[in-house]
Design a protein around this ligand. Structure first.
Ligand code: H79
Length: 472
């Protein structure tokens, strides 16, 4: 520990020097109109950035729609089980009240000999995922990269390989954008406050200095941003009272100072509205809202958001968790989210040997088979202009010259061979199956179009029909 304190101290000096070069003026608060219903503004544009620049910065992310989340760290070793209780996961140090010296013993056991970064990145790509967000550090404070500012990192384990380095390289090879999740809350660093309730007696706070923790955090982020070039920084663990709005703004400025094209979620600041995750009014930082384990009931016009979700009931590896969502459910969740203008960040909790659970692989491959045929109905699409039809969902894409393509994602295939789309203006000039291209006959009556569909769906998870309109 003494070593890491020294490293932290020399870092503070370096950071002060950096700060002299990057002195940011006070940023004016962004005036925001108050919304009548939910707090839904997720954009807090940088004062130095025009709307066009912001659109250009977010363009790839808005087109991508689908990403992989990876929760991996020391907590994979106990696999969710502690003293007979089996519902723990990445929170295990807190939920099982494991004292620090005992938790530290996992460092000597972390040796994922089957870890293959290329296999992970390839699986993400084959599933149709355009980006990958891995936990550089979760709440337990353990760093998955070779960190110069901490000894509580992967280089202290028998594995002794820089996971972020291997994975960021593999992602670039596989054309998957590499991104990192970084927890602000840190249950390991002596300067982080507060302590967990149950460990207060054994981890005194005397001498702890939260500003020194902030310098440590910046040191870590400098290593990550400059070393591995994540396209997104996905913060979390921002909710404790020690983390303030001013600190969130400061950290947001700091990271954007390292890479002005980076995308940062709203958990860098204090504007997240509960688990629904959208950003409250009030000039909070963050490029996008972060609903967790839920999907908004409706799209939020003009708001960027991403629902993150587990495939079973835990983020980190839990060997006892058998409650996997079906591939069909996951495909339909992706479609539902795209139909509301959001992104889907779907989680994997790898095992301590470095492999993905078999059930996760099976689902990724299943989603990939659907995406292979239907990706045009997901990537680069916008929210449905016709709400939520009774038979499924709708996404859309502008075709130029005022023309619009609707993608009708049919969940409930009509038994009478007729699919009715309501609320359209004008006559479609083309209706066809997306997979295979078969043209379909249709009849127009007022604002409704009734399509003659084959007796069987192309894919029972969702069959996509393309419908092109001269105007909406
Ligand atoms: O990393 C995964 C989880 O370990 C982590 N986030 C995902 C991506 C997570 N940490 N805590 N939780 C999820 C649930 C915590 C919820 C609460 Fe709250 C924190 C309840 C009260 C404080 C969220 C934030 C709701 C209000 C503020």
């Amino acid at each position: 520990m003494a070593g890491s304190f020294m490293k932290t101290r020399s870092l503070v000096v370096r950071l002060c020097l950096v700060a002299l070069f990057f002195s940011y003026g006070a940023k004016p608060a962004i005036a925001q109109t108050s919304e009548s219903r939910q707090p839904i503004r997720s954009e807090a544009p940088l004062p130095t950035e025009t709307p066009a620049e912001r659109n250009a910065r977010l363009a790839w992310w808005r087109e991508a729609r689908f990403g992989m989340f990876i929760h991996w760290g020391l907590y994979a070793i106990p696999a969710g089980e502690w003293k007979g209780q089996t519902d723990h996961a990445e929170w295990i140090r807190d939920s099982a009240k494991i004292p620090l010296p005992e938790y530290d013993q996992f460092v000597g056991q972390f040796n994922p000999v089957k870890f293959n970064a290329v296999a992970w990145a390839r699986l993400a790509r084959r599933a149709g995922m355009k980006y990958l967000v891995i936990t550089s550090k979760h709440h337990d404070g353990f760093a998955l990269w070779d960190s110069k500012v901490s000894d509580f990192d992967v280089m202290a384990t028998p594995f002794h390989r820089d996971i972020l380095k291997e994975l960021s390289t593999a992602c670039r090879q596989q054309d998957v954008r590499f991104c990192t999740y970084h927890s602000i809350m840190d249950w390991h660093h002596p300067d982080y406050l507060p302590r967990r309730e149950w460990e207060k007696a054994n981890r005194p706070t005397a001498g702890a200095d939260f500003d020194r923790f902030r310098a440590y955090l910046k040191g870590q982020l400098q290593e990550i941003v400059n070393g591995y070039h994540p396209a997104v920084l996905w913060f979390d663990g921002e909710w404790e009272d020690t983390w303030t709005h001013a600190m969130g703004q400061d950290l947001d400025d700091y990271v954007r100072g390292l890479n002005q094209n980076i995308i940062i979620n709203n958990r860098v600041d204090k504007g997240r509205h509960g688990m629904a995750g959208q950003t409250k009014d009030g000039g909070y930082r963050g490029d996008f809202g972060t609903p967790e384990q839920e999907i908004p009931d409706q799209g939020l016009p003009g708001v960027d958001w991403e629902s993150c979700m587990t495939m079973n009931r835990h983020w980190g590896w839990n060997a006892a968790d058998t409650q996997w969502k079906s591939t069909e459910d996951l495909v339909r969740k992706l479609i539902d989210i795209a139909s509301k203008g959001g992104n889907f960040l779907l989680n994997i909790g790898p095992r301590p040997d470095g492999t993905f659970p078999d059930q996760a692989v099976e689902r990724l491959e299943g989603m990939g088979r659907w995406m292979e045929k239907n990706h045009n109905a997901i990537y680069g699409t916008q929210a449905s202009p016709i709400g939520k039809p009774a038979w499924g969902r709708c996404t859309m894409k502008p075709l130029g010259n005022g023309r619009t393509r609707l993608f009708l994602h049919v969940f409930d295939w009509p038994s009478d061979g007729k699919l009715t789309v309501t609320g359209l203006a004008g006559r479609p000039f083309k209706v066809a199956l997306l997979d295979g291209g078969q043209r379909l006959k249709f009849a127009v009556r007022a604002n409704d179009v009734t399509i003659e569909v084959p007796s069987q769906p192309k894919n029972p998870m969702a069959t996509v029909i393309v419908l092109d309109l001269a105007k909406l």
